[in-house]
Ligand binder design. Sequence first.
Ligand SMILES: NC(=O)c1ccc[n+]([C@@H]2O[C@H](COP(=O)([O-])OP(=O)(O)OC[C@H]3O[C@@H](n4cnc5c(N)ncnc54)[C@H](OP(=O)(O)O)[C@@H]3O)[C@@H](O)[C@H]2O)c1
Length: 240
Amino acid sequence: MKTAIILGVGPQNGVGGYLCDFAAKEGLHVVVAGRSFDKLSLIAETIKASGGQATPMVCDATSEEDICKLIANSEQLGPVDLAIYNAGNNFNGDFLSMEADFFEKCWRVCTFGGFLFSREVLKVMQQRKTGCLLFTGASASMRGKPRFAPFTAAKAGLRAMAQSLAREFQPQGIHVGHVVIDGGIAGDKIIKGIPQFAERAGEDGLVGLEGIASAYMYLYKQPKTAWTHELDLRTFKENF
Ligand SMILES: NC(=O)c1ccc[n+]([C@@H]2O[C@H](COP(=O)([O-])OP(=O)(O)OC[C@H]3O[C@@H](n4cnc5c(N)ncnc54)[C@H](OP(=O)(O)O)[C@@H]3O)[C@@H](O)[C@H]2O)c1
């Protein structure tokens, strides 16, 4: 059985949670990876209860040691065929009073963790000359807005790295893709965390989790003679 690693999984009702569920439905053994064991094991148990295979693994995306262990342990379960870097944070704040550490923390999660993850995943995929590596982007991957300088710098850096990796590793048989989620997502982060944002967005004003997860699986299943590097997703209501 092939393995899928999804790194950056939180609540079931989030991008990571849906990606795990959809990858399991593709017949992959899903490594549910993130920081909070309780959330990870709930998702893994739900997948197993519906006949899929899943293993929770705690991993801080900014720790080189954790990432190396994550990839090595996942390979023990089966060859890693799909790897998704979904970890992210959305730091924003007043630029002139911003602490250096605040900027660096954002970069560590959004960009540096993506580097560590890709390096270890590509080492194993390169040996087999096959596999699919995907990254989660945001509106900030494409454009900066006031107060979002750290997040924009970090997500734009991740996107640029994904392009670089696609050009280097696609000729070696590895599909590298980047998904721009342009707008608030209809998951717990917004609906429970910032309900006033969800209310302002109104009906169908947030990007839907099923559509997001389907888009990743569409990329995963593309034949190698017709690969997409980047997809952007937004609701029909979004101005862009
Ligand atoms: N939410 C939105 O509206 C939105 C819009 C566009 C794009 N995105 C992007 O979509 C992705 C998922 O976002 P989300 O809103 O579902 O959740 P999120 O809270 O933005 O974070 C995504 C996941 O990353 C995990 N994470 C954060 N730091 C980590 C670290 N150091 N190591 C491992 N995992 C870490 C979080 O884990 P914990 O649960 O443990 O904190 C969370 O489950 C992110 O890349 C985000 O930038 C989000």
